[in-house]
Design a protein around this ligand. Structure first.
Ligand code: SAH
Length: 499
């Protein structure tokens, strides 16, 4: 059976600008052929088993010629694969999307097109420029600064000036001087405002505003490079007032997130939405210890203990997944009390249809131990947690003379070897913050990154994690509670204090 080709636009770079339909298509792909301008975070969504072809690069850094890309699409589809042709922005706007479909049509291969958010409109929006505005421009014209085979653009400057609308030039940076002088010699006012936006919608976005007579020199001086969008028109004068992008609280900050891969999404997304550049560097992985024997053991213990304690969302997930796998649901816990260390663990529990009974006000093992002691000596406590869990809880339980059993249901493993690349970035001062959500993330991080600890600040959850980071000479800020909101607000207030 023949496969199908999906020609899709990935948007201008920001992963948040990927369409829902596009996200689904990425997940279903067997083969992905992508271009230079597709955002890095988007590429990470490609399933591990998919074949990935970088059309912007062959062995010696040369692009794959267009005719060859067309052939690859056809061949892979004829092999019966789901082929995804992934392009920056929108595939039909200066994206050669049309050309790529011709060969498929000729061979009766099925295809679909998923439009993308184009840089022509999104990049100005991220620079605070509405491309139309009833007081300034009632039309917008998208023009290429380059033609096929790199010939100089053949722009009808006269019409551009006569339209009187906003002009958006793509692929125009190497011809910017030619474009501006073409507009001026055809009658456009020399002081018409112009904006050039480089790497739009990404953390590296840069914006330059000047008149059309000055912009070209300024771009050269600032070393502006492709990809960049050029916007010409009165609407550019609004970009200062409407510059929401550069005014976000964490703009320009680089933050390393060390949370395990399956759970980091949320925190990274929050940092990104506040303007930070997030470097994901998962340091630990949780590995289940639950086999048939341990499962039997846990089930028996749950029956005889009164309070079941979970000290991390990972612990909850591992235990309940095992029960669910065996078609045993929350009723198994009938009559039991459940204690959690903090709200994240409590929320994970809720996902399995259960509420907790006990949670300390300030999230720590010690406080959880104290909370349990307050319930009275008669209770029997079962801890289901990491093998390397700290002694804080059990010390409290011992002090309170409470009967308990400490059962390890998982352990954490370090996932990285020596991280030279990150280490260099840190030593060069390219990292502002590193988040540490547990003692083991600190230990795993320092085992991989072996220097530059005085170059960034560690953002630590709780006092224990803080103490571990301080041991290595890391300057720290401590989040009051073990919740993502608090970590994020700790960074925001720290940045605010210094600016
Ligand atoms: N199909 C794409 C455009 C492809 S042409 C789209 O709809 O966006 C490539 C040009 O797009 C670049 O030369 C640049 O002018 C522009 N471009 C794409 N992504 C950009 C980005 N993130 N920032 C600035 N310009 C971008």
């Amino acid at each position: 059976m023949k496969g199908k080709v999906i020609l899709m636009g990935a948007g201008p770079g920001d992963i948040g600008l990927l369409t829902l339909k596009g996200m689904e298509a990425i997940k279903q792909a067997d083969v992905v052929i992508y271009d230079r301008l597709v955002g890095e975070e988007i590429l990470k969504l490609i399933p591990k088993q998919a074949e990935i072809i970088d059309a912007g690069k062959r062995s010696s850094n040369h692009k794959i010629p267009q005719c060859e890309i067309n052939k690859i699409l056809l061949e892979k589809a004829l092999e019966g694969k789901n082929v995804l042709r992934l392009k920056g922005g929108d595939p039909f706007l200066f994206g050669r999307g049309g050309e790529e479909l011709e060969l498929l049509k000729k061979h009766n291969v099925d295809f679909e097109v998923i439009p993308g958010i184009t840089s022509a409109l999104a990049v100005p929006a991220y620079a605070g420029i509405p491309v139309t505005h009833r007081d300034f421009a009632s039309s917008v014209h998208i023009v290429t600064g380059h033609r096929k085979n790199n010939e100089p653009a053949d722009i009808n400057f006269k019409s551009c000036v006569l339209w009187g609308g906003t002009l958006v030039f793509l692929m125009g940076i190497s011809n910017i001087e030619y474009i501006m002088s073409g507009l001026i010699s055809n009658g456009m006012r020399k002081n018409t405002p112009c904006a050039v936006v480089e790497n739009g919608t990404t953390p590296k976005q840069r914006k330059i505003i000047a008149s059309i007579s000055e912009i070209s020199d300024l771009c050269e001086k600032e070393g502006i490079k492709s990809p960049a969008v050029i916007v010409v028109g009165e609407v550019c004068s609004l970009s200062g007032d409407f510059d929401w992008f550069n005014n976000r609280p964490l703009k320009g900050k680089r933050i390393v997130v060390t949370r395990p891969e399956d759970r980091k999404g949320n925190i990274s997304e929050r940092f990104r939405n506040l303007g930070a550049e997030v470097i994901e560097y998962p340091c630990i992985k949780t590995i289940s210890l639950i086999d048939e024997e341990l499962f039997e053991d846990i089930s028996k213990k749950i029956k005889v203990y009164d309070v079941i304690v979970f000290t991390s969302p990972a612990g909850v997930k591992l235990v309940f997944d095992e029960f669910f796998k065996r078609k045993i649901d929350g009723r198994f816990f009938f009559g039991k009390k459940i204690a959690v260390i903090g709200s994240a663990t409590g929320n994970e529990l809720k996902r399995y249809g259960l509420f907790y009974d006990f949670m300390p006000k300030i999230y720590s093992g010690k406080n959880l131990g104290k909370t349990l002691v307050l319930q009275g000596k008669k209770i029997k406590v079962l801890l289901l947690r990491a093998r390397e869990g700290s002694d804080d809880i059990i010390n409290e339980l011992k002090k309170g003379d409470i009967e308990f059993n400490d059962t390890a249901v998982y352990y954490t493993e370090y996932v990285n070897g020596r991280g030279f690349e990150l280490e260099n970035r840190i030593i060069n001062g390219e990292v502002d913050y590193v988040t540490f959500t547990s003692v083991s993330t600190v230990k795993a991080f320092v085992s991989s990154v072996c220097g530059g600890y005085d170059k960034f600040k560690g953002v630590c959850i709780g006092e224990k994690t803080n103490m571990e980071a301080v041991k290595y000479g890391i300057r720290t800020i401590v989040s009051e509670n073990a919740v993502i909101e608090d970590i994020v607000s700790a960074v925001v207030s720290e940045v605010g204090r210094h600016e």
